[in-house]
Design a binder for this molecule. Structure first.
Ligand code: CTP
Length: 403
């Protein structure tokens, strides 16, 4: 993980209350600790019926707190409330929500919540009927009004014999992502960002298509970082194998024409457009209506048609204060000049040049070596970096351009 990720050295308090989802909180604690966070766990007595303090100490390296106070640590709740930077309660049972809604302080977790002023995420987990009960719903409304962020529950399999319903704790991965957003400097808060990613597919016949090697990683990383920094993010994605980024509105498209349509629909609201996708430049002019078969012999040579240049087509849709970032994928020697020409021709504020002829850079790689050129002619050459770090730096650069 890059040094600028939000977790290294950050103090997080993990409250675990008594529900079966507590087994997943061990995984949550492990992920946070591996991301560099200093995790203090507070277990309620009921939580200890499901999981042991030992498990949390083993994955966090820090002894969990069970009691309200201890000799020499009489004001434990005040100390923890001051020291930590975020609180996450996972799972948050129906009983815990009732207690938090009432502001109870007769156990350590309740007392810390009252005494602290840092953000708190509550992750409810319970039986679906308990969740739907008006008492629980009222408690949820109350804790939201008190300023706690409520994550989930999601719909899915519940405890044994209970089938599926709303009440499942959100997955540790998702909790980690939300906690990262809470701990991050919200430099893009209030901004709307539109990112495109991935390749497109252009049909040859109903089962075959022309595409390219784009994995979508660069665009997904850009969407993730923008959301973590507080932006509302729409990600228009061609077909990729990547998991949907947490918190991001994902619009899946297949063809360049569909991508153009989705971009046109979302651009008017966007403050920034980052076109990291690799839409096709050409498509088969007349896709066959039925599957081409061997019986008909070799198919005729493909006739090609140009697709719309999406960046070009957005020019009339941009507001004067919309910032637009494009990529340029080059293999030629005059890459820099070609990238500059694209910046000019497509009316960009920044163009990100990457080479398609380097093994560890460009398409379908984990890393990227890019050169960033702005409209004023400034050229920044960055070293080979993980795409996640390229995304961090790019947003630093884009933020400089925002009005
Ligand atoms: N792009 C686009 N619509 C297309 C093709 C590309 O909006 N149909 C965008 C890409 O997302 C990228 C930028 O244009 O941000 C440059 O893409 P690139 O493939 O490098 O350049 P092209 O304009 O397609 O020119 P060429 O392939 O001929 O170099």
């Amino acid at each position: 993980m890059g040094e600028r990720r939000p977790f290294p050295g950050r103090r997080v308090l993990l409250g675990v209350t008594g529900g079966v989802a507590a087994y997943k909180s061990i995984e949550l604690a492990r992920r946070l600790a591996q991301a560099g966070a200093l995790v203090d766990t507070v277990l309620t007595p009921a939580a200890c019926d499901f999981v042991t303090p030992l498990a949390f100490e083993a994955v966090t390296g820090r002894a969990p707190y069970l009691a309200r106070w201890a000799p020499g640590d009489a004001l434990r709740h005040i100390r923890l409330a001051r020291e930590v930077e975020a609180v996450v309660v996972a799972p948050a049972t129906a009983d815990f929500l009732a207690r938090a809604a009432a502001g109870r302080a007769d156990d350590l977790l309740g007392a810390v919540l009252l005494a602290t002023r840092v953000p708190a995420l509550l992750c409810p987990a319970m039986n679906d009927r308990m969740f739907e009960h008006p008492a629980t719903q009222a408690n949820l409304e109350r804790v939201r009004a008190l300023g706690y962020q409520v994550l989930g529950p999601s719909i899915g399999p519940l405890a044994w014999g209970e089938g599926e319903g709303p009440g499942r704790m959100v997955e540790p991965e998702e909790i980690v992502a939300h906690l990262a957003r809470v701990l991050e400097r919200p430099s893009l808060a209030g901004r709307r960002v539109l990112v495109t990613a991935g390749p497109t597919r252009e049909a040859i016949d109903p089962v075959r298509f022309v595409s390219n090697r784009s994995s979508g990683r660069m665009g997904y990383a850009l969407a993730e970082v923008a959301w973590r920094r507080g932006a509302a993010v729409t990600l228009v994605s061609g077909p990729t194998a990547l998991p949907p980024p947490v918190g991001v509105e994902l619009v899946r498209v297949e063809t360049a024409a569909a991508m153009a349509e989705a971009v046109a629909a979302h651009l008017p609201a966007a403050d920034v457009l980052v076109m990291a996708a690799a839409p096709a430049d050409f498509r088969p002019a007349a896709p066959a209506a039925a599957k081409l078969t061997k019986e008909d012999g070799l198919p005729p040579p493909l006739a090609w048609a140009l697709t719309a240049d999406i960046l070009q087509s957005t020019r009339p849709l941009r507001r004067p204060d919309t910032r637009v970032v494009g990529f340029a994928l080059e293999t030629a020697d005059d890459a820099l000049a070609r990238a500059r020409a694209k910046l000019e021709a497509k009316g960009l504020d920044l163009v990100v040049l990457n080479r398609a002829d380097e093994a560890d850079s460009g398409f379908d790689t984990e890393t990227n070596r890019v050169t960033v050129i702005d409209a004023a002619g400034r050229v920044d050459r960055w070293p080979l970096l993980p795409k996640a770090e390229v995304a961090e730096r790019l947003w630093d650069r884009i933020e400089e351009l925002l009005p």
